[in-house]
Design a protein around this ligand. Structure first.
Ligand code: 2HA
Ligand code: ZN
Length: 269
């Protein structure tokens, strides 16, 4: 069968961006084995021909009903698939799904029957929530960034906005490119409904949230932007750790310097 990407440059670009990000996640050591997940709402790239494509799987229950996703299409990483493989062959390690009319099931439509990530209910709940809010965000990323996860092993950094303020103060660009900071979610079982619910709540105030001792969940307009937000935060974490490794507590930018940045870049307080 011909790939659904053929003669669809906009859709192809979107999926190639996912592959590029998957490669970065692997190179950075943030995606061991099948670690991490990516889902992208690709509905804006769907034409009439795609809408009439027959399903290549049975309808499968999502586990929740998500009314804002009616007739939406997503690219989803496959369950048990590796980011490093997805980087080379995105359509063999992920698939495109359609949400059915009842908003409670999905069916795979292309390119082959690759079952989506086990975290699908959580990811789709986030997309449903974003659409309900009228958000322009279409991509969600879960990954295991080493230094940020390491910081989440200390209670000091789990107090609200302590990590955010520290990370922002390590290098001026961090607040500019991650202006809402890092939300914190206490440890909960991966894949659980409680973790999904807590994530939804925290995404009201943050684009990137830390799952204590596990990883981050990030949302943005597209997958590259979601990756960039995590990348700038983790860079700051690396600078913090490098300073500590040299035997001193980094000073961080002063409050005046932070305030000046915030004004100059017109950032939220
Ligand atoms: O799906 O990282 O937490 C792989 C994960 C789940
Ligand atoms: Zn994980």
């Amino acid at each position: 069968m011909e790939s659904i990407l053929k003669n669809r440059p906009a859709l192809e670009h979107e999926i190639y961006q996912v592959a590029e990000v998957a490669g970065y996640l692997w190179q950075k050591g943030w995606a061991e084995r099948n670690g991490g997940n990516i889902t992208v709402n690709i509905t804006e790239h769907v034409d009439d021909q795609i809408r009439t494509l027959p399903a290549i799987s049975e309808p499968m229950a999502i586990g929740v009903t998500l009314p804002h996703l009616k007739g939406c299409y997503f690219y989803c990483k496959g369950t048990q698939k590796r980011m490093r493989d997805l980087a080379r062959c995105p359509m063999d390690n992920g698939s495109i799904i359609r949400i059915t009319e009842d908003c409670a099931h999905y069916e795979i439509i292309a390119d082959s029957v690759v079952k989506p990530t086990s975290e699908l209910p959580a990811h789709l709940s986030v997309h449903n929530y974003l659409l309900a809010k009228g958000s322009p965000y279409r991509a969600s990323l879960h990954t295991h960034p080493i230094e940020l996860v390491a910081m989440s092993h200390s209670k000091t950094f789990l107090e609200k906005d302590v990590a955010t303020r520290l990370l922002w103060s390590m290098i001026p660009e961090t607040k500019a490119f991650c202006p809402r900071g890092l939300g914190i979610i206490p440890y909960m079982l991966p894949g659980s409904v409680d973790l999904a619910d807590a994530t939804l709540k925290e995404l009201d105030d943050y684009d990137v949230v830390m799952w204590e001792k596990h990883g981050v969940f990030a949302v943005d307009t597209d997958i590259m932007s979601a990756f960039d937000q995590v990348d700038v935060l983790n860079k700051s974490a690396q600078i913090y750790i490098a300073s500590k490794s040299m035997g001193f507590e980094p000073d961080g930018m002063s409050d005046e310097q932070m305030a000046e940045m915030t004004r100059a870049f017109n950032l939220p307080k």
